[in-house]
Design a protein around this ligand. Structure first.
Ligand code: ADP
Ligand code: MG
Length: 752
């Protein structure tokens, strides 16, 4: 066997030219090829009989070419082929299949993979539309025949066109695995593999590419054979090992051990305007217990929208303040910072403490003199609680004695681990509490956030009535507006949200949120498909510009609604391109009940708390991501009044969008929605892999392999602790050496 670090160009059958192609796919070494695992397997040892196929199933079958024909239909050329197995036959067709015309000869054996469809022909047999196809080697090619048939055959994603296909990979991998020389070096201690009943690395590698005869096809397909598990475990084990080291390093850093005696507890009680939920009590206890340690807290507080994170944060701040430290609360927008500031001031005033808590606001829209003055207060230690936007607090503020930093509504994951606060070298570090309303399955969070501990607020405050969620097509807009009017007449307030700010055409929507938050396919697909259906109803509020369909926008609809359906109501406008002052005015007027309806873009998405608002209308809901809609819906249902979320669709709704909308109607559980979002988009898109600092896994899949992830985490912890006394010293040293050598290349998360 070749050494794993042999550059691919020295492998038989690969020269400099192909090596260059492979490099484009980030495949440089023999090892990289070995880690290009099959995504599917076909049992060509016990091929399915055509008789036993079931319509609707995905099946792989083997048959003989009986006849072919190229049909020139009016719309397109269709290539048809009849594949036989004894007396039974299967019809296959490929649209635009001219390129297949001369590829097949009667008598050739084929392996086909595709969906089984009932055929309309009288023979009552089945057909496959555009199946994947491989010509099996004939009797004159005995060598490749062994690779292509008579066994469970792996199917690979091509590494470059028809040339570097599955077939090519089978040959190359065979060459690698059969060549004499050094073996695939073991990376895990034998004792560990034995205990976990995992095969050694070399056998695992061989078994995933050349599954032994008795291997379960089902296990192969879902990557749960012992061989797969072994490779996945290895990858996750080293990931967790690196993260565990990072966590330990963090624990060695100096922080502030805060006291939580009676005076502190009394202060915590005094600030509460209501009875905390059991979940609030529990997470506060977790936070406080961290803050008592002499090492800096790094904790993530996950709580669905409306679960009451703010008061917990405020209590944490009080622990710092009562210990003579300052606390900073950072919010992603000015609106939120201001809202927090007003709420905090009110709550803290009510405590009646003498001297009173000093709360200071720091946002970009304060005038310079004010900003300077506030910075002075902070630097001199005359401010206890500083509330502001992330940017402002992170960059430019010098604190006298900062003990706690709270980051609110952090759901852009990437930013998480990177706050840069001004701090003197070697000084003790403040505790950090990060809050997010984006629920992430726990094991994923553990890995994603690496060195953060996780607390979960999994209970809503009492008295919330479920939000009634309905979806409706545009055509029924007048009913929706009538309903909004009725709610306003009953003293309630409403939000109406649009995906774009102003008159943007579908080509260039001026989204008021980062594009990557929307499931990408919709944005791309929609323009083409909506063009026709929209053209017909141009007489409505949403007509076209230059023949292009336009999305309804916040600005246009604000004007239109004010003039028509919602005339007489007090409407306000809020979007990301308004200047900070205007934004704040709109928001504050809405908060004070001076506006009935707030027409907005997703700038209102995060955190806004107006309990009297009971209606959330989302237009073009088909364009919003699941997490985003859930956040928006969380803006209502915050008071005692019955609340409504109306999802209006104004374009073609893709099947994916359909699933999102259905899910919104079906459940209000943020975790359930997050799981679905994850499943619909895949971890990469969900987290924005790169941005999240999450590694690109070679074999593992965080969704599929959660169990193994937990196991890897446990084992990594034990390993670092040296708990397994059976492990020989050399084995331990080898693990560390492997981590050092591979951490950067494969996980790229931190310096080991
Ligand atoms: P989020 O977790 O989304 O930040 P908030 O902290 O804004 O939620 O709380 C949502 C609303 O619920 C606020 O109006 C808050 O005052 C209220 N609230 C929070 N905790 C409780 C509780 N234990 N009992 C009653 N109301 C609560
Ligand atoms: Mg909040």
């Amino acid at each position: 066997m070749l050494a794993l670090d042999t550059p691919v160009q020295f492998i038989k059958g690969i020269g400099p030219q192909i090596a260059e192609k492979l490099a484009e796919k980030r495949i440089f070494l023999a090892e990289d090829l070995l880690y290009h695992l099959p995504f599917r397997y076909e049992d060509r040892e016990h091929p399915r009989s055509l008789n036993e196929l079931q319509p609707g199933e995905m099946a792989s079958v083997i048959g003989e070419v009986r006849g072919t024909a190229l049909l020139r239909t009016r719309s397109m050329p269709i290539f048809e082929m009849t594949v036989g197995q004894g007396p039974v036959s299967l019809k296959c067709m490929w649209f635009h299949g001219t390129y297949l015309k001369d590829k097949f000869k009667p008598g050739q054996m084929l392996a086909l993979y595709g969906k089984v469809e009932p055929s309309r022909s009288r023979s009552g047999s089945f057909k496959m539309i555009q199946p994947q196809i491989e010509i099996l080697p004939g009797p004159d090619e005995p060598e490749t025949a062994l690779l292509e048939s008579g066994r469970i055959v792996p199917v690979y994603e091509s590494l470059g066109g028809a040339r570097l296909s599955s077939r090519w990979l089978r040959r190359v991998l065979h060459t690698i695995l059969e060549s004499p020389g050094p073996r695939v070096a073991e990376t895990l201690p034998a004792v560990l593999c034995e205990r976990l009943q995992l095969p050694d690395r070399a056998s695992a590698m061989r078994a995933v590419h050349f599954p032994p005869q008795e291997t379960s096809l089902a296990q192969l397909q879902n990557a749960s054979t012992p061989a797969h598990r072994r490779l996945i475990f290895e990858e996750l084990f080293y990931l967790e090992l690196g993260l565990e080291l990072k966590r330990r390093k963090m624990r060695e850093r100096p922080g502030f051990a805060l006291a939580t005696g009676e005076p502190v507890r009394a202060a915590l009680k005094r600030v509460l305007p209501f009875h905390p939920t059991a979940a609030q009590k529990r997470v506060l206890a977790e936070i406080v217990s961290d803050m008592r340690q002499p090492t800096p807290m790094r904790r993530l507080l996950q709580g669905d929208v409306g679960s009451g994170k703010t008061i917990v944060a405020l209590q944490a701040a009080l622990v710092a303040i009562e210990n003579g430290h300052q606390a900073a609360l950072m919010a992603p927008t000015e609106i939120l910072a201001t809202q927090h500031f007003l709420a905090a001031r009110k709550l803290l005033e009510h405590t009646g403490r003498k001297p009173p808590y000093r709360v200071v606001l720091l946002t970009g829209s304060l005038d310079d003199e004010r900003k300077r003055a506030n910075r002075g207060l902070i630097a001199r230690g005359e401010a206890d609680l500083v509330i502001g936007t992330h940017a402002l607090i992170e960059e430019k503020v010098e604190f006298a004695n900062l003990g706690l930093v709270i980051v609110d509504e952090q759901h852009r994951f990437g930013v998480l681990q990177r706050f840069k606060l001004m701090k003197k070298p070697n000084a003790a570090e403040p505790h950090v509490l990060v809050m997010t309303a984006t629920p992430i399955p726990r094991t994923l969070a553990l890995t994603l956030y690496g060195d953060l501990e996780v607390s979960v607020l999994d209970e809503l405050p009492p008295g919330r009535t479920p939000i009634v969620t309905r979806r409706t097509p545009d055509e029924r807009a007048p009913e929706v507006w009538a309903f909004v009017r009725k709610q306003v007449q009953a003293g309630r307030q409403a939000y109406i949200v649009y995906p774009v700010i102003e008159g943007a055409s579908d080509d260039q929507p001026e989204l008021d949120f980062p594009r990557d938050e929307v499931a990408a396919p919709d944005v791309k697909d929609a323009p083409k498909s909506t063009a026709k259906s929209k053209a017909k109803k141009s007489a409505s509020l949403f007509e076209e510009k230059n023949g292009k369909p336009t999305l309804k926008s916040a600005v246009a609809m604000f004007e239109a609604l004010r003039a028509t359906h919602l005339s007489g109501l007090r409407l306000g406008l809020l979007h990301g391109r308004m200047n900070a002052e205007d934004k704040e005015i709109s928001m504050r007027r809405f908060q004070r009940g001076e506006l009935d309806v707030l027409v907005a873009t997703t700038v209102i998405e995060v955190g806004v708390d107006v309990p009297n608002a009971s209606v959330m209308v989302i237009e073009h809901a088909e364009r919003f991501g699941l997490a985003q809609m859930h956040q928006l819906r969380g803006r209502v249902g915050r008071g005692a009044a019955k609340s409504y979320c109306i999802l209006m669709t104004g374009g073609k709704v893709s099947p994916q969008a359909e699933e999102r909308l259905d899910a919104m109607v079906r459940t209000q559980d943020g975790f359930e929605l997050a799981e679905l979002d994850l499943a619909l988009r895949g971890p990469g898109e969900f987290f924005g892999t790169r941005q999240a600092g999450l590694p690109d896994f070679r074999v593992a899949n965080l969704l599929r392999d959660r169990k193994l992830l937990e196991m890897a985490r446990r084992e990594a912890q034990q390993f670092v602790e040296g708990a397994d006394k059976q492990l020989p010293r050399e084995a331990v040293a080898a693990v560390w050496a492997h981590l050092r050598a591979h951490w950067q290349r494969h996980y790229g998360l931190v310096e080991a």
